[in-house]
Design a protein around this ligand. Structure first.
Ligand code: GRG
Length: 288
């Protein structure tokens, strides 16, 4: 089996575990909260690619760790990602009516329930992560994982990026855009790539290196997203607007090359490399 095949096999094998893990924590504990849980499930099970949880588990594999230890991190990060999309779609933010081809949560269940479902997913994520001790993760590693994830999601990470996006006044500079992408998108990918190694008690150098993988991956990912959304984002500042389409493609490739080079340094970095190649290949689409 080639390393690409073994990486792909790993990702296929763990994908159902991620679904089961998420579903297990989104069961209403009592009939009174069924409406809230129904809203949280509506947003969570709607065809997301599960990129961040796959990165968590691929990162665990890279350091020879167990899927069981990393799974709480995989579930937690997808809950946070889903919350961010729900809140990003709200009338006060992007005011979007559709996501993943379906009405957004506030369109389907009302704005108040969408806000609460987002709040619920965000807080539940940390409960799930805190319970990683039940999978045998040492308490100090759980604390480290909580610190990394909360920092990436919070006012030093994704929330800061979203605030900068909302505040953004034209003209926009490349420096401002890099800040925005770093916080809004790359911070969570950086956490995704380091959570598995943290929960699997990898050494600090490996954790740092995989955090760098996640950062490069995330910065590249946001450029791909900007390139694909050029029509939707017309009039809005984006990477291709500032760097030109060819410049955007070139810089995204550079980020994925950096990520792949890091993945190759790990004997079991195959699944990370497959994920980087998968997103990188979107740059070959004729859309750009
Ligand atoms: C509301 C605090 C708060 C933050 C919102 C995530 C976000 C910040 C905004 C969404 C808009 C956007 C383009 C964010 C950049 C990250 C990104 C490309 C999200 C889409 O991620 P995918 O492609 O989505 O992994 P799926 O649908 O596959 O889950």
């Amino acid at each position: 089996m080639t390393s690409t095949e073994s990486g792909q096999r790993f990702l296929e094998d763990v994908a159902p575990l991620i679904e089961t893990g998420i579903r297990a924590v989104l069961q209403a504990p009592d009939p009174h909260s069924e409406g809230l849980y129904d809203a949280m499930r509506y947003a969570t099970f709607s065809g997301g690619k599960r990129l961040r949880p796959l990165l968590v588990l691929a990162g665990a594999r890279a350091v020879g760790g167990s899927v069981a230890a990393a799974l709480p991190g995989a579930v937690a990060i997808e809950l946070i990602h889903t919350y961010s999309l729900i809140h990003d779609d709200l009338p006060a933010m992007d005011n979007d009516d559709f996501r993943r081809g379906r009405p957004t949560l506030h369109r389907a269940k009302g704005e108040a329930m969408a806000i609460l479902a987002g709040d619920g997913l965000l807080t539940l994520a940390f409960e799930v992560l805190a319970q990683a001790t039940a999978a045998g993760v040492p308490p100090e590693r759980v604390v480290q994982a909580v610190a990394v994830l909360s920092r990436a999601a919070g006012p030093q990470g994704m929330v800061a990026g979203q605030a900068a996006d909302i505040d953004g006044d034209a003209p926009f500079t490349m420096e401002q855009l890099q800040y925005l992408h770093g916080k809004k998108t790359a911070a969570l990918f950086e956490a995704a790539a380091s959570l598995g190694p943290i929960l699997c008690a990898a050494d600090p150098d490996a954790v740092d290196l995989l955090a760098q993988f996640g950062r490069s991956f995330g910065l590249g990912y946001q450029i791909v997203d900007d390139l694909e959304d050029q029509d939707k984002d017309a009039g809005r500042m984006s990477y291709p607007v500032l760097a030109g389409v060819a410049g955007a493609v070139e810089n995204a490739r550079r980020y994925f090359d950096q990520a792949s080079a890091i993945a190759l340094r790990f004997p079991q970095g195959d699944a990370l490399a497959v994920l980087a190649d998968m997103v990188r290949s979107r740059l070959d689409s004729p859309v750009h």
